[in-house]
Design a protein around this ligand. Structure first.
Ligand SMILES: [Zn+2]
Length: 263
């Protein structure tokens, strides 16, 4: 079965066996870029408590990764944020102000800064990452057309600092489990898995499941720098939760296709 905790363990082992060093996005931004590097990024869109299992597995294996939390769930998130920080992981902010405030830039930047203050009670947040807000007409990244996140002490945002044409040309690679598959580009409203798709075509490998990704890593033809984004709520050993994820994601994928066709 894919998207179980055991499959996640296997993915980590495959990365380690392929010679990758695990760094947080913050460390990468600070210059830890030499050798074979993998950044494990976790976007916590919902069910924050389900991140604990993934965070524990990484800790057991001596791995540090990056967890992006969203606004608005403060009470239920506080406990899990503290636990993830205690395990040695990086915590950042998964911002979506322009969709929340329907394009109001001054409300958005004020809210963004208040959220940074909130998250910095737990971790000295230095990186942020947009939430894709697939159902919204606003692209949350547009906030940075008017403001500069560096002014808030932020050193990195994956869509501006990692997923750039220069990095793509250098062969850096990006995978995301958006749409509950690793090649879900056609279901993807904003977080295009374009780099993975390009490389898949070039290398004539088709990476759909986590097992495909593991097989490809075992062949040792993956590039030196990879970012892998996963949504921890998908990864579970609880059969009921696993089935709910499977069914709700296939419905969501159908809706996203309709949305993308109509736009
Ligand atoms: Zn998100």
């Amino acid at each position: 079965m894919d998207f179980t905790l055991n499959t996640y363990r296997k993915l980590l082992s495959a990365l380690r066996n392929a010679g990758y060093v695990f760094v947080t996005f913050e460390e990468w931004c600070e210059g830890k870029k030499d050798g074979k590097i993998v950044i494990l990024r976790h976007d916590i869109d919902r069910n924050a408590n389900r991140s604990q299992a993934i965070a524990n597995i990484e800790k057991e294996q001596g791995i540090k990764s990056t967890y992006y939390f969203r606004a608005g769930k403060a009470e239920e998130q506080t406990d899990i944020i503290r636990k993830i920080v205690a395990l040695g992981h990086e915590v950042g902010y998964h911002y979506d102000e322009l969709s929340i405030f329907k394009g109001d830039y001054s409300k958005s930047i004020a809210h963004f800064q208040s959220q940074l203050i909130y998250f910095r009670q737990f971790y000295p947040v230095r990186t942020i990452c947009m939430h894709g807000s697939p159902a919204s007409k606003y692209d949350n990244r547009d906030l940075w057309k008017k403001f500069d996140y560096h002014d808030s002490g932020i050193i990195g945002e994956p869509y501006f600092d990692f997923l750039t044409p220069e990095n793509l040309n250098k062969g850096m690679l990006y995978f995301t489990d958006t749409a509950r598959m690793w090649d879900g580009g056609k279901y993807n409203v904003r977080d295009k898995a374009f780099i993975a798709e390009k490389t898949s075509t070039q290398n004539k490998v088709h990476i759909h499941s986590t097992f495909d990704l593991i097989n490809w890593l075992e062949k040792n033809d993956a590039p030196n720098t990879i970012m892998i984004t996963s949504h921890p709520q998908r990864w579970t050993d609880n059969l009921f939760d696993w089935l709910v994820e499977l069914i709700s994601q296939s419905l969501k994928n159908k809706l996203k296709r309709l949305f993308l066709i109509s736009h």
